[in-house]
Design a binder for this molecule. Structure first.
Ligand code: GLA
Length: 343
């Protein structure tokens, strides 16, 4: 595949996008060595995939496990990459000492204290080196309510979100602070996200951006939805990061155990989806300042276990052998006439 379409892959994805936005990848410290060539050539931003998640970085009250996150931040600093910290508060990958039924953290006061310790310790340790934080992740309810019923919400109440942003701001006044969400291309969810952000802004909570996760598939989303979501958030006066982009070869409802004979056709659709997404992102590069993929290559993707455990997927721009895929060429090809204009 190398050399296809008239250029050698001596080109660099992030250099092609200079002047538009940064190009990122989610990695853990243990991945850096394996991916170092690709990271060096193609990416100028990295996100911590798991190393900064609560259960990993703060496994016991007052004890922080810094090894992996330190390595990641040192790597980002040394290689001059923008660093996205992910994530200070999320309802998953939480440690037992907070969530078990035997937990002794039960009052609003104590829960706020734990939250403050967590956020202040982490953000101040990486002050000036982690450029932005997903302060809260997936806090909007997908079904009945407005905010998701998490441990933080149940004990502290709705203002836990305000407090989280304030604690982060105090610990590093220059870091950009984000709310990160999925499915915001769907109308109802998008309205909830905007309502929350408007409330926060009214209360002068320091929020600078919205993260659009972007876990997509070859059949979803429609480009008009992608545009509408970006335009809606831009009207709130915040910057936008695409934080977790991947394009599954399976439609979400497809629960077959593996790909069928139509794999080639699916790869073509993936290539086209990537082309169209990046075409739209480029059109909004005044507000979209970072586009990050949720992984580097198809050898390691969370989609191998979701929504079907153990089913191989291939949602990224590099293949299982870390070689560039057609989708990579597609996003580096501006105005590629074979895809037509995005609808
Ligand atoms: C969510 C989280 C990420 C990651 C992905 C998939 O989107 O924000 O940290 O865990 O799920 O694994």
């Amino acid at each position: 595949m190398e050399g296809k379409r008239g250029f050698e892959l001596t080109k660099s994805l992030c250099k092609e996008y200079k002047g538009f936005f940064k190009i990122g990848a989610a990695v853990d410290a243990e991945d850096i060595f394996r991916y170092q060539g690709i990271l060096q050539q193609h990416f100028n931003s990295i996100t911590s995939e798991n190393d900064m998640k609560f259960e990993k970085i703060h496994p016991e009250r007052g004890r922080f496990a810094w090894d992996a996150s330190d390595k990641l931040v040192e790597y980002a600093t040394r290689s001059g990459k923008y660093m996205r910290g992910h994530t200070l508060l999320w309802h998953e990958q939480m440690p037992g000492w907070i969530c078990d039924e035997n937990t002794d953290i039960l009052t609003r006061e104590d829960t706020l204290k734990v939250m403050e310790e967590h956020i202040s310790e982490i953000v101040s340790r990486y002050k000036g080196r982690v450029n932005c934080w997903d302060v809260v992740n997936e806090v909007i309810d997908n079904d009945d309510g407005f905010l998701r019923k998490t441990r933080w919400f149940d004990i502290i109440g709705e203002d836990y979100i305000d407090k989280a942003f304030h604690y982060a701001r105090e610990a590093d006044p220059k870091a950009q602070l984000f709310l990160n969400e999925f499915n915001g291309n769907q109308q109802e969810k998008q309205e909830r996200i905007c309502t929350l952000v408007e409330r926060l802004k009214k209360k002068r909570v320091p929020i600078h951006g919205i993260g659009i996760q972007g876990h997509y598939s070859i059949a979803y989303p429609k480009m008009e939805e992608v545009r509408a979501e970006i335009e809606r958030y831009a009207r709130l006066g915040l910057q936008i990061h695409i934080t977790e982009l991947d394009v599954s070869l399976f439609e979400y409802s497809d629960r077959r155990p593996h790909l069928g004979v139509d794999v080639f056709e699916r790869q073509k659709r993936q290539e086209e989806m990537y082309y169209r997404l990046f075409e739209v992102y480029r059109q909004y590069s005044d507000v979209v300042t970072n586009v990050t993929l949720w992984g580097v290559a198809d050898d390691d993707t969370w989609l191998d276990d979701f929504p079907v455990k153990g089913r191989k997927d291939a949602p990224l721009l590099f293949d299982v052998d870390l070689k560039p895929k057609a989708a990579l060429y597609a996003v580096m090809e501006f105005g590629g006439e074979q895809y037509g204009t995005a609808s």
